[in-house]
Design a protein around this ligand. Structure first.
Ligand SMILES: Cc1ncc(COP(=O)(O)O)c(C=O)c1O
Length: 398
């Protein structure tokens, strides 16, 4: 019940996917079990043959994971979803379920570092062709699609430059070239509360559920959302046989819990990020701020069209050399140096030396990732305290 699209987002994030519990528990239980009992050999046979619904073994499905999957399918307006043990598990499972030797992947060139490594260092070892280009140039995308292109892949906003890619336009270009091309969007930075790529023409959405979906920094997980037949292929081939990237029942429980407050958390993340972006932009020690909500940011108009708010992550460069930038980060009050994002705490990191260290200096330059770039996942602290902490640090930069 409650997958009904007529219900509002807040209602669905709480109720979608929930089934009445025999014991009357408000919160769905954790089905901490690896396997499921069959009444008979015949029943086991029917379940394996797909002739009877029901659980078999937790690598193929588990009720706590099903709740999460049904909730996420509802929030992303997709037909079905599959939970995985990490965001990389979701991306690898979705790609392995779409590609074979001789196929071509066309991807944007600004990607989370491990996605970049999977595409350029991983898939290419297995006879899959990969081209990375700038998707902010739609003409180039049109020209780069080949007869063997099977997947068009991108993030928006991109990690870590916040580059914005026009989802509807790229999906249209890809599908005009070949309706069978799978347009896959990593929606981690926006979450379904801010952006629904499937409504804009994408075929599949992948998430690092580690981030905003969970929101509390205590889970590593991922999600694939898309058409029912593709999600079934991901479950029965990509996940079952290729990656084995299965979410644990406990992590699925924590995600079901985190998702209940996704909208109110993101409202505060976005509000704090907007205030911090404005303050940084006005500070004399700051060279450049990368935040889609700033009217002079390159992708602002597209972001305004396809996102409901501009997100809780921003990046910036300071007018300082490498050592002074490190000193600034090392001495920020209230702010934690850590990778990941979407948590209650404000986190800062330096992509060139951390999350994007799989890129060579040339690849960083091509993707527009400055060596000194600082990425901030703006947390839920009081905005006045956060702004004061960043201002105090910046004021000390000579
Ligand atoms: C945009 C994006 N996609 C995917 C991932 C990978 O997710 P995970 O760390 O959950 O495997 C990350 C991780 O930072 C990310 O930022």
């Amino acid at each position: 019940m409650l997958n009904d699209k007529n219900y509002g987002f807040a209602t669905r994030q709480i109720h979608a996917g929930h089934k009445a519990d025999n014991e009357g528990a408000l919160c769905a239980p954790i089905y901490q079990t690896s396997t499921f009992i069959f009444d008979s050999v015949e029943q086991g046979g029917r379940r394996f043959a797909g002739k009877e619904d029901g659980y078999i073994y937790s690598r193929m499905g588990n009720p706590t994971a099903s709740l999460l999957e049904n909730k996420m399918a509802s929030l992303e307006n997709g037909e079905a979803a599959l939970a995985t043990s990490s965001g990389m598990g979701a991306i690898a499972t979705a790609l392995w379920s779409s590609l074979k030797a001789g196929d071509h992947v066309l991807s944007d060139d600004t990607l989370y570092g491990c996605t970049f490594a999977l595409l350029t260092h991983g898939l290419t070892q297995y006879g899959i062709e990969v081209d990375l280009i700038n998707f902010a140039d739609p003409e180039r995308v049109k020209k780069s699609i080949k007869p063997n292109t099977k997947v068009v892949y991108f993030e928006t906003p991109c990690n870590p430059t916040m580059k914005i890619i026009d989802i509807a336009l790229i999906a249209q270009i890809a599908h005009e070239a070949d309706p069978a091309i799978q347009v896959m969007v990593d929606n981690t930075f926006a979450s379904p509360y801010l952006q629904n790529p499937l409504d804009l023409g994408a075929d599949t959405v992948v998430h690092s559920a580690t981030k905003y979906l969970n929101g509390h920094g205590d889970v590593v997980a991922g999600i694939i959302v898309g058409k029912a037949d593709f999600v079934t292929r991901c479950r029965t081939f990509g996940q079952k046989d290729m990656t084995g990237s299965v979410i644990s029942p406990f992590d699925a429980f924590l995600l079901n819990r985190g998702l209940k407050t996704l909208d109110i958390r993101l409202d505060r993340h976005c509000q704090n990020a907007a205030l911090l972006a404005e303050m940084l932009q006005a500070h004399p020690a700051v060279k450049k701020v990368y935040y889609p909500g700033l009217p002079d940011f390159e992708g602002h108009a597209i972001a305004k069209k396809q996102m409901r708010q501009f997100g809780g992550v921003l990046s910036f460069e300071v007018k300082a050399d490498r050592a002074a930038t490190a000193h600034f980060l090392n001495h920020l009050e209230l702010v934690t140096i850590a990778v990941s994002l979407g948590d209650t705490e404000t986190l800062v990191q330096q992509p060139a030396t951390m999350t994007h260290s799989a890129y060579t200096p040339e690849e960083l330059a091509a993707a527009g990732i400055a060596e000194g770039l600082i990425r901030v996942s703006v947390g839920l602290e009081s905005s006045s305290d956060l702004l004061a902490a960043f201002k105090a640090g910046l004021d000390k930069i000579k």
